[in-house]
Design a protein. Structure first.
Length: 312
């Protein structure tokens, strides 16, 4: 009996020693990432949150003054911030549904047996990987007065003016550019979702006399629900944080960010101007956390809307 107990204790000790070594090895392997993440991600986030309660500028850090929630209150009393918030919400309401629907339709077409599928997939994906600065520069050229695109739209009764300098056309131009550059990425995601659906389901539906339209609404859409959820969440996140295209287009010709008349001003552009044009880092940090809270609330709403439940 004593030998059996001793053997059991020995095995238990060896097992715990092995587990300790495995845990130590895992910690050592994970340690460098943890150190880098803490230094370059966690610490800046915490420090940014801290200075959001201060009147702070890196030009004179010693003069920083604690203002509590003053920065947050001032944000919602700033007409430019409210304009940026409304512009961003409008972008979300216009861009996300448009790019989701277009990406879904394109994915269905590109998933069918059409000629040159690979070529068309590349063409639609190319704008997404193209530099936003390059895209903005091209759009400025196309939509200037007497530009190719401007002349084309003038055939349908629109004014022949530089869209990026017009209060009536600058925002629609930004919306079109964002949709055009993003749909390729979401089309690829939908293609992955479509290719995971078993062809046998469509064959069985065809044998039962279901048309292509009925198959789309009763097979494709329900089975793409997780993919659609992913596309919507990523689309909302990307649009709420949009910066490059509106900035490049609105600042053409040396204009101020958000020109003309703040019609293209977005939340991130507002944050950027407060931080790097006026050097109000405390105020900009408060804006950053308001944007984070908005993203969190909208994502949570989408999560509940699609009926996802946390696994028990």
């Amino acid at each position: 009996m004593n030998k059996g107990k001793k053997g059991h204790k020995t095995r238990k000790f060896i097992k715990s020693k092995r587990e300790f070594r495995e845990n130590l090895t895992g910690l050592l392997l994970f340690g460098p990432f943890l150190l880098l993440a803490s230094t370059f991600i966690l610490y800046p986030i915490l420090y940014s949150f801290f200075i959001s309660f201060k009147e702070f500028s890196f030009l004179n850090p010693a003069a920083a003054k604690w203002v509590g929630i003053g920065n947050y209150l001032a944000l919602f009393q700033d007409s430019r911030f409210l304009t940026a918030l409304w512009n961003t919400i409008k972008l979300v309401l216009l861009v996300v549904p448009a790019q989701t629907i277009i990406a879904l339709l394109l994915a269905n077409v590109l998933n069918s047996k059409i000629k040159a599928r690979t070529f068309f997939r590349t063409v639609f994906y190319l704008p997404y990987v193209t530099s936003p600065v390059a895209v903005g520069a091209v759009m400025i050229h196309l939509f200037k007065k007497n530009g190719i695109a401007t002349k084309f739209f003038a055939l349908f009764g629109l004014e022949n003016v530089a869209w990026f300098t017009s209060g009536n056309y600058a925002f629609p131009l930004i919306t079109m550019v964002i949709v055009w550059t993003q749909i390729g990425f979401y089309t690829v995601i939908y293609l992955g979702g479509l290719q995971s659906i078993s062809p046998q389901l469509y064959e069985a539906a065809s044998l039962d006399g279901a048309s292509k339209i009925k198959q789309f609404f009763h097979i494709t859409l329900p089975l793409l629900k997780p993919t659609t959820f992913l596309v919507l969440v990523m689309g909302v996140l990307a649009t709420l944080q949009i910066f490059e295209q509106p900035y490049v287009i609105s600042t053409s010709g040396g204009a101020l960010p958000g020109s003309p008349g703040d019609t293209t001003l977005t939340l991130v552009m507002y944050l950027y101007t407060q931080a790097f044009r006026y050097y109000e880092m405390g105020f900009a940090s408060a804006a950053a956390f308001v944007i984070f809270t908005l993203i969190f609330i909208i994502t949570l709403f989408q999560y509940k809307l699609f009926g996802y439940k946390t696994p028990q």
